[in-house]
Design a protein around this ligand. Sequence first.
Ligand code: ZN
Length: 141
Amino acid sequence: MRAYASDSLVLLRLPTGSDLLEGLTRAAADLGIRAASVTVIGAVSSLAYGYYDQAAHEYHTLRHDGEMEISAAMGNVSLKAGEPFVHLHIVASGTDGSSVGGHLMPGTVVFVAEAAFHVLRGETPVREPDETTGLDLWPTG
Ligand code: ZN
C-alpha cells in the first residue's frame, strides 16, 4: 500500500472493491498507527452501517446496496486487545441525494476511499470494557 506521510499525517487510498473498515484497520496496523483521528471521503458500491441499541447493549446493522458518496466519515484509531481498532461513523448520500448515516460496519465495499490519519504521538488510548454502556471505551479517569 502506498502512503503519503509526514510526522503526524498519513494520506492513502484504499483499493477499489476492498472492505472499508477492514482496509482502514489493516492500513493502521501496517503503518504502525496505534492512535489517530481518521477521516475518509470517496464513494462506496454498498454500505453497511448501524447503530448501538443502548438498552439491549448490541449493535444493529443496516444496509444500502448500490452506489453512494461518502459525504463524511470521521472516527479514530486506538488500541483494543493490543491491536489497532478503527471506530468510524459515516454519512453517505445516494443517487437521489438523500443521506443515511451511523456506525460503520464490516461489509462496506469501497469504490474510492481517500483516508487521512492524523496520528497521535502521545500516550495511546486503550479500549477497556465499560459496564455502564456495554462498550469498550477509553478510560475517563
Ligand atoms: Zn460508533
